[in-house]
Design a protein around this ligand. Structure first.
Ligand SMILES: NC(=O)c1ccc[n+]([C@@H]2O[C@H](COP(=O)([O-])OP(=O)(O)OC[C@H]3O[C@@H](n4cnc5c(N)ncnc54)[C@H](OP(=O)(O)O)[C@@H]3O)[C@@H](O)[C@H]2O)c1
Length: 296
């Protein structure tokens, strides 16, 4: 079995490679955008780092040669001067799909987000929805896995959470009254392993979220408690944050924007969690938080 992973240096990619590095029945080509990123990848006999350029299809095809399955992880929430939703989320996905077709790849797995839709008002959700359509209409058997905020050592979500929990007071967007379904990155890797190591005949979209709905303010307090402290959670009014972010992101050409704030503060809800269908056991939130705190 051979897998090709794009965005292999992402936090999800690094976690997944750590899981895969134990499995010598699988050969993995780990695609990243520059040789500098090779250093971020776990070293193992079955992992071959390779540079890919999304506007050079030949480089993508080389990475996918002989691959049974492509796991497309590259993608962003926070735009920068050099990377925006159109390039990172949509064009990169189109390039990956085109190369996968040319290399007769049998299965594409794409990580999307809860709330993705090509018709969404929010530009991030819209870009992920458009990318989903590119994948699901590719003619290749595909699995779209929509996920909520991901938590685990090394994730962006974990560093904001621990920062907020350090207290004694912490002001967060809207007082953290929105509901999240945080998913442990180890659970996501377990799901990706199951999906990628089994052949796929059809195209499907699954939503995989963590075991417990929790308001962000309660998640902060729970993290503080596990740290042996207490934190008072205050409010940054969402409209104030949006106004400030509109100005700074325009000046900086990226960063936190009103679009990102809408994503962060939207409730994460699903009709049906795919954990049972995938046969994975979800880590309780405290288990995830303890792993994060141990790694600090
Ligand atoms: N983290 C979450 O809470 C969360 C939630 C839902 C869905 N997801 C999705 O899960 C996937 C992995 O997320 P993550 O948080 O692990 O990612 P991450 O650590 O932020 O890494 C982002 C990856 O995307 C690549 N990238 C950035 N701009 C690009 C461009 N213009 N073209 C191609 N690649 C580009 C980066 O490469 P460089 O290092 O070269 O810039 C890196 O490999 C993403 O698709 C993300 O949208 C994440």
């Amino acid at each position: 079995m051979k897998l090709c992973i794009t965005g292999a240096n992402s936090s999800v990619g690094q976690n997944l490679l750590n899981h895969l590095s134990q499995n010598n029945d699988v050969q993995i080509t780990a695609g990243v955008r520059s040789e500098r990123a090779f250093g971020d990848l776990p070293k193992a006999d079955n992992i071959t780092p390779i540079t890919i350029t999304y506007d050079d299809e030949a480089s993508l095809q080389t990475a996918m040669q002989g691959a049974d399955c492509v796991i497309h992880l590259a993608g962003i929430l926070i735009e920068t001067k050099h990377s925006n939703y159109a390039s990172a989320n949509v064009a990169a996905t189109a390039a990956v799909v085109s190369a996968a077709k040319a290399q007769a790849v049998q299965h594409i797995i794409f990580i999307s987000v809860i709330g993705a839709s090509p018709r969404a008002k929010n530009a991030y959700f819209r870009s992920k929805g458009s990318a989903e359509e590119i994948v699901t209409k590719s003619g290749i058997a595909s699995t779209v896995l929509r996920t909520p905020i991901l938590l685990g050592p090394g994730t962006a979500g974990a560093s904001s959470l621990v920062g907020a929990a350090k207290g004694p007071t912490s002001k967060v967007l809207g007082g953290g009254l929105y509901t999240m379904r945080p998913l442990d990155t180890d659970d996501l890797s377990a799901a990706l392993l199951k999906l990628s190591l089994n052949s796929a005949k059809e195209t499907r979209t699954l939503e995989l979220v963590g075991p417990e709905p929790i308001k962000y303010r309660d998640l902060i307090k729970r993290t503080a408690k596990l740290m042996g402290s207490e934190v008072e959670v205050g409010v940054v009014p969402v409209w104030v944050a949006k106004l400030g972010s509109a100005i700074t992101s325009t000046l900086k050409g990226g960063g936190i924007t009103p679009t990102v704030i809408d994503v962060i503060t939207s409730d994460e809800a699903v009709d049906r969690n795919a954990d049972q269908e995938l046969g994975i056991e979800l880590t309780p939130i405290d288990g995830t938080l303890n792993k994060i705190l141990k790694s600090e």
